[in-house]
Design a protein around this ligand. Structure first.
Ligand SMILES: *Cc1c(COP(=O)(O)O)cnc(C)c1O
Length: 403
């Protein structure tokens, strides 16, 4: 085994994963690592249970958005003081877009992609409704029209680094440079890349970014989001000014004065327990680099595509995820007629994937804990299900609230 294999094997052994199940949904909800479970136990029983209110100082709960944010910064190529871990992705996006419009006034146009994750476009639309058409206009364009788009009157371009449906990785350096050359700001959504792909935000002079910690960062269901604002833009206004972003929180002044730096983008009190989970989950990344994880992820997605192509039952399935490594995120998306019942049959057989309307099954690859054996089982099981036609049974068509 190489050092990398050993490091990954040690990390993998700490995840709570059953031998009866193959987990390929780390792009939706990352798995629980024992470090997180143990730290949560300490935070709940000892820090909160015994220290109560003193915990805010004694355990530095008050600074968690910055300390956890600085740790995330290392994974996405940002500097200290440029990332906050707080709220959720949607709310951070609202803050980022509002700040971008202010910074780039009098420009008022927000460009997003038509195939963006819905919340990203809902939030942009909500901001436009609030500000009115004189101050904000949103246009969702087809991604293939970006290349010829004129950015000369665009305030901010809001895009996903990896598209959640197809798993396509966008050319962040190239798109950022082109939009900025015409004076637009660029905000990247790193929901599907943080923890698996080097975003190198500083190196590529990215203006803003948002992301979540419950996907590839494994911080648990509903764990907080993050917001990156490049140092040069931190004088902007937080559209949701709350006491946590005040220059002197405990002065309880009647008037709002923003804190210096990125702290002004905080709003209300953070969920300490969820942030503690994020802090512990990020510590799992200490012994491995994102570069290594990216290599591992690419090797596994490639292996999955090869296995699908080599199996006569699955070889004809349309794969929406690009074959070229430089355009591939950390998932493989297949388009399948009867995709929903097939995904449910896979889950019943212990291969945990997810389904996205109208006909997409996503196989998420989490390089911290997935391995080739998972992929072998997934492909054999899929082939079995298709061959036997078992997915046609009625029970596989029942939809739960969350897919
Ligand atoms: C998962 C995801 C979200 C989720 O936003 P929340 O505010 O955390 O619910 C948003 N955008 C993208 C691209 C995502 O993949």
């Amino acid at each position: 085994m190489t050092n990398t294999d050993e490091a990954l094997a040690t990390i993998r052994a700490g995840f709570h994963l059953s031998a009866q199940r193959v987990y390929l949904d780390g792009n939706s909800l990352g798995a629980l690592h024992d470090t997180v479970r143990r730290h949560l136990d300490t935070v709940v029983s000892r820090q909160w249970g015994e220290d109560l209110i003193a915990g805010w100082n004694k355990h530095d709960w008050i600074n968690l958005p910055s300390t956890v944010g600085d740790r995330i910064a290392q994974l996405i190529g940002a500097g200290p003081g440029e990332v906050l871990c707080c709220d959720n992705l949607s709310i951070n996006l609202f803050k980022g877009l509002a700040a971008a419009l202010e910074l780039n006034a009098p420009r008022i146009r927000i460009i997003t992609e038509a195939g963006h994750f819905p919340t990203d476009n809902y939030i942009a639309g909500g901001l436009a409704n609030l500000l009115g058409p004189q101050r904000c206009q949103v246009e969702a364009v087809e991604i293939n029209t970006l290349e010829t788009l004129d950015f000369s009157n665009v305030a901010v371009l809001s895009l996903s680094h990896v598209n959640f449906r197809t798993g396509t990785l966008r050319n962040l350096p190239e798109i950022t440079a082109r939009a900025q050359a015409q004076g637009a700001l660029v905000l990247w959504d790193l929901a599907h890349s943080a923890g698996v792909i080097e975003a190198e935000l500083n190196r590529h002079h990215v203006d803003m970014a948002v992301g979540c910690t419950y996907k590839f960062l494994n911080a648990g269901p509903g764990s907080p989001g993050f917001l990156y604002i490049a140092k040069r833009h931190q004088s902007a206004t937080n559209p949701l000014p709350g006491w946590m972003g005040h220059a002197d929180r405990f002065a309880f002044e009647p008037n709002y004065r923003p804190a210096p730096g990125i702290t002004r983008f905080l709003t209300g009190t953070q969920s300490v327990i969820a942030m503690a989970a994020a802090q512990a989950a990020l510590s799992v990344f200490e012994t491995v680099t994102i570069k290594t994880l990216r290599q591992q992820s690419l090797a596994l997605t490639q292996y999955l595509m090869d296995q699908l192509a080599n199996n006569p039952v699955t070889s004809g399935i349309e794969c929406l995820t690009p074959g070229e490594a430089q355009r591939r995120g950390s998932q493989v998306s297949l388009r399948l007629e009867h995709g929903f019942p097939i995904s449910q049959a896979l889950i019943e057989r212990g291969v945990i994937v997810d389904f996205r309307e109208p006909d997409i099954i996503r196989f998420g690859i989490a390089p911290l804990y997935n391995q080739r054996a998972d992929i072998n089982i997934a492909v054999t099981t899929l082939a079995d299900i298709l061959k036997s036609g078992i997915y046609r049974e009625q029970r596989f068509s029942q939809r739960a609230t969350v897919t």
